[in-house]
Design a protein around this ligand. Structure first.
Ligand SMILES: C[S@@+](CC[C@H](N)C(=O)[O-])C[C@H]1O[C@@H](n2cnc3c(N)ncnc32)[C@H](O)[C@@H]1O
Length: 187
């Protein structure tokens, strides 16, 4: 049963509930922005020992105790060439938590051009019933990313994808915004 208190507690709680609802043991999934590994940890627990988690980042975590097994220190705009060919069109979830690492170097933020490129590649990697989830922020570069992503997602054909935007209307005005692209075709 979906726990609404968790679902809507925070944008990250919302994203994690979506992942829990969608990702199954044995799935292939991607964390496009590993950071301190919170999303990767959840994904690893959901796919289990027979699944595969690809994780990308351009920097190491802030914390020394983060498990870096299989984390690729590569920009997500290169993800397609790092995902094995046999996993193309098999990926059930891709999660992007955009922006910069809290407490880290704000210059190492995601950028609109590379984010759009990465989402284009993610669209070629997901299974017909796969999902892409993006958490976007409202700093200057984040606003540019959100604007470009809204344009891109709005143009996706509704016969193959459903694109949504979730805004936390009564939270702080700078609260993150969650965008999703869900494949609507059966495998
Ligand atoms: C908000 S943090 C991610 C938080 C992370 N998911 C967690 O649970 O800790 C955003 C991350 O995106 C990373 N990043 C910036 N540009 C990137 C790129 N081109 N490819 C992959 N990661 C990138 C940053 O280094 C930063 O760690």
């Amino acid at each position: 049963m979906v726990d609404l208190m968790t679902l809507y507690s925070t944008p990250v709680g919302y994203v994690h509930m979506l992942l829990r609802a969608h990702v199954r043991p044995g799935d292939v999934v991607i964390d496009a922005t590993h950071g301190n590994g919170g999303d990767t940890r959840l994904l690893r627990s959901l796919v289990g020992p027979n699944g595969i988690v690809y994780a990308f980042d351009v920097q190491l975590p802030m914390r020394a105790d983060v498990d870096m097994t299989d984390v690729l220190l590569v920009g997500h705009e290169n993800m397609a060439r790092h995902v094995a060919a046999l996993h193309h069109r098999q990926v059930r979830a891709v999660v992007f938590n955009l922006g910069y690492l809290p407490g880290g170097d704000k210059a190492l933020t995601t950028h609109v051009d590379t984010t759009v490129e990465a989402v284009e590649q993610a669209l070629t990697l997901i299974a017909p019933d796969g999902i892409i989830i993006l958490v976007g922020y409202q700093h200057d570069e984040g606003r540019r990313e959100l604007a470009a992503l809204r344009t891109m997602l709005s143009a996706l054909p509704s016969g193959t994808h459903t694109a949504t935007e979730t805004v936390f209307l009564n939270h702080d005005v700078t609260a993150p915004i969650v965008l999703t692209i869900a494949g609507v075709q059966r495998t």
